[in-house]
Design a binder for this molecule. Structure first.
Ligand code: HEM
Length: 147
């Protein structure tokens, strides 16, 4: 069970990553190109949100079932897995959640695209930085790899 959750969390990152990149690119082109906010845009943003929430649930499962909360945080690798990964990823997921909710509240199409660009864009940067930090703190992990 632990191994299944771990592999699922490891592999699901690509789904989150891909959806987030497509959502940001589409939102930026909608914002700067003054485009209408289509049903396709709305669905893409909701799927991105759902994928991030699934990753959160898988991450929580791995974190508690594999006892990562008990690891010694006096070494960089322990600090990364005990605190840094979870906090950075939580901030990214909160940004995606808030961005999607805010985009629903504004009426103007360009304002919707702008909101998604900013919130999802920041989340994407945080996720990339968190994975880069992971490869530094824990050299057994790679940016592109599934364990
Ligand atoms: C967008 C959100 C997230 C992304 C993209 C992400 C990505 C990753 C990646 C790439 C790994 C390394 C997997 C490997 O080496 O094959 C990992 C491991 C891990 N993640 Fe996340 N993560 C996210 C959110 C979370 C959250 C919210 C938590 C905790 C609540 C979490 C807990 C963990 C733990 C404990 C591991 C270590 C798994 C193990 O090797 O046993 N992750 N995550």
């Amino acid at each position: 069970m632990n191994d299944i959750l771990k592999s699922a969390h490891s592999g699901w990152r690509y789904v989150v990553f891909l959806l987030l990149i497509i959502a940001v690119v589409k939102a930026l082109s909608g914002w700067f190109g003054n485009k209408p906010y289509t049903e396709g845009n709305r669905k893409l943003n909701v799927f991105t949100l759902i994928s991030a929430h699934i990753q959160l649930l898988l991450g929580l499962g791995v974190y508690f079932l594999n006892g990562w909360y008990k690891i010694d945080s006096s070494i960089a690798m322990g600090r990364y897995w005990k605190m840094e990964h979870i906090s950075m990823m939580l901030i990214a997921i909160i940004l995606i959640t808030v961005g999607n909710a805010k985009s629903k509240k504004v009426a103007d199409a360009v304002a919707k695209h702008r909101t998604i660009s900013i919130f999802f864009g920041l989340a994407l940067i945080i996720v990339i930085v968190a994975i880069l930090l992971m490869t530094k703190a824990d050299p057994s992990r790679t940016f592109f790899g599934v364990s």
